[in-house]
Design a protein around this ligand. Structure first.
Ligand code: F3S
Length: 300
């Protein structure tokens, strides 16, 4: 008999839940509407909204009367707000408040003349939004090696006014290494730990859970960066880690030999999909499903 342990932190985070709710409220109240890019990295959710008249558009040029425009949880560049205002288009800002906080930090600090260091993926829309709020010099880096290189590029005279922030989904361990490095060279650097608690908790739980399971199932969209990070974390601890998007991808062979199966899911995975995966697992194994109990204790 296999034990199935579901991570308590699996599934929607606060910001995604809020954005999805805003989008469905728009669908209920309006004849239509659009999101600038898919509301979350989940094809089924995007299709469900589409069926209710709220479509996903790639750019401002595609709005064509599909108002209101919904801004996604990871935010957009400042220039997008400017353009929307210029166009006189109604919009609803579903940027996660934790992301909006980073925008205001980097805006304020850069206005005070600080050089801004941003830990994150420069191609990610969240980072694009963050950097667009910097009004002075900024640098983006992805790990401590990268930071070391970047640090050498900062003019000496600017090294006493440095602030550092992170993309909300940045790897916590990498972040700690970067701060240790920076603080050695720049004792007065202003550090803003902007990694989202939801992400760090989910990652920590995935780490702990995968260490005690002989099979890990990570549920989420392959285009979701936080889902991919969960997969990487679990794979390091548990060889038999699989990333699946829906229950249909769950192959019996994945779980057949396992005695303890862990399940976690990315921040954009709806509860319904997690439930379907668990139901399919139960059909394919003799199993009992549990949530991680005393998760806080597991982390200690
Ligand atoms: Fe917001 Fe954190 Fe989710 S920043 S979108 S609550 S991962």
């Amino acid at each position: 008999m296999a034990d199935i342990i579901v991570a308590k932190t699996a599934g929607f985070c606060f910001g995604v839940n809020r954005a999805v709710k805003i989008a469905f409220d728009v669908a209920d109240r309006n004849q239509g509407g659009c999101t600038l890019g898919p509301i979350i990295h989940n094809k089924e959710m995007v299709a469900a909204l589409n069926d209710r008249g709220v479509v996903s558009v790639d750019s401002l040029d595609d709005i064509q009367g599909r108002e209101p425009v919904i801004i996604r949880s990871h935010g957009v560049k400042r220039s997008v707000y400017d353009k929307l205002n210029e166009m006189g288009v109604e919009y609803i800002d579903a940027t996660c408040p934790f992301v909006a906080k980073i925008h205001s930090i980097v805006y304020d600090m850069s206005r005070q003349g600080y050089t801004v260091l941003i830990a994150g993926d420069e191609n990610h829309p969240e980072v694009q939004g963050i950097l667009s709020n910097c009004v002075s010099e900024y640098y983006i880096f992805k790990d401590v090696e990268d930071l070391k290189k970047i640090f050498d590029l900062i003019p000496e005279e600017n090294k006493d006014r440095i602030c550092i922030v992170a993309q909300t989904t940045f790897n916590e361990k990498f972040w700690k290494n970067c701060i240790v490095f920076l603080k050695k060279l720049c004792t007065n650097a202003k550090v803003f730990d902007t990694i989202c608690n939801a992400t760090s908790k989910r990652q920590a739980e995935a780490h702990t859970l995968s260490a005690k399971c002989d099979c890990m199932i990570v549920v989420g969209d392959r285009s979701s960066s936080n889902t991919n990070k969960l997969y990487e974390i679990c794979k390091k601890n548990c060889e038999h880690t699989y990333l699946i998007e829906t229950a249909a991808e769950l192959d019996r062979a994945m779980i057949a030999e396992a005695r303890t199966i862990g399940v976690t899911a990315g921040a954009s995975t709806p509860d319904r999909i997690i439930k379907e995966v668990l139901d399919t697992m139960s059909e394919n194994t003799t199993s009992s499903v549990n949530e991680t109990e005393n998760f806080e204790e597991m982390l200690e």
